[in-house]
Design a protein around this ligand. Sequence first.
Ligand SMILES: [Zn+2]
Length: 326
Amino acid sequence: MMRKNLVLLVQLVLLVLLVSCNKKEVNTARPVFCSDSAYVYIEKQMSFGPRVPNSSAHMQCAVWLIEQLRAAGGEVELQKGFMPDYRGNNQQIYNIIGHFNTPETASRSRILLGAHYDCRPWCDEEANYEDRFYNVPGANDGASGVGVLLEVARQLGQRIADSSLTTPVDIIFFDAEDMGSPRVYTGDERADTWCLGSQLWAMNYERKRTPSYQYGLILDMVGAPDAVFPLEMYSSQYAQNYQQKIWRAAEQLGYGAMFSNQRSYPITDDHYYINYIAGIPCVDVIHYDIRNATGFPAWWHTRNDDMSNISKQTLQAVGEVVMSQL
Ligand SMILES: [Zn+2]
């Protein structure tokens, strides 16, 4: 009962926010996206606790994500499987896939939008050794990309309802992105211990399957007030045309400083396996700033990855850029 009330409450809050958002968007040429609702979707994920694989918070969040995609008008598929973790043990994987299309658009080639919904079990970047055994709260590292895509899903649902959807979209919430070997682990290092969910998905993807994908776009850590998204090198290597197109759109929307023309080192994220294994050109939008020591923000893989590092302005920018491509 408690849960049902909570769901109703969240829906009510969203409704109030949406009414206010929709008013603002009248008579503007900007892509329609409501960062207030994306923000609430992030808060809701945080309310479960860290969504670490094999925890009840993770399972509750997965169920909620399925409900949200369905409520938005998506046809939901749950992909289950096992992948070896950093010690070689079987890790259960649940990838959540929402298909957004109409009978008229179903056979057209699709755009893949993805984000990981799991949290890292260890705060590797904490200075104190003891603190490294805490779970990462994951407001940015996980929840932010999912929050933006849930709002994109809601917008796509409206397009399906009023028959204005032209490009079919698959939204995929990948599991177990952030389970790569912890720094405290002293055993043998295995290769490919990150991005387990997207590896499973890519290995099961049939390249000749129709409809195919035009390209993919991954969002990771897209909510910080000082976010900088560089031209990540694997994206440039495998999907340069799409990366250029997205960054140009960002510039035209006035977000050229955030979607910067800095080039970054290659980053192992879900897009890498979608490019490398599935052969789908895929671009990563990830917060990485070459001016920082690790390249990643100071809260990255620490206990400070919380709501204080989430900005509605950043969510709005990322959301508008994504919507401009659909
Ligand atoms: Zn991470």
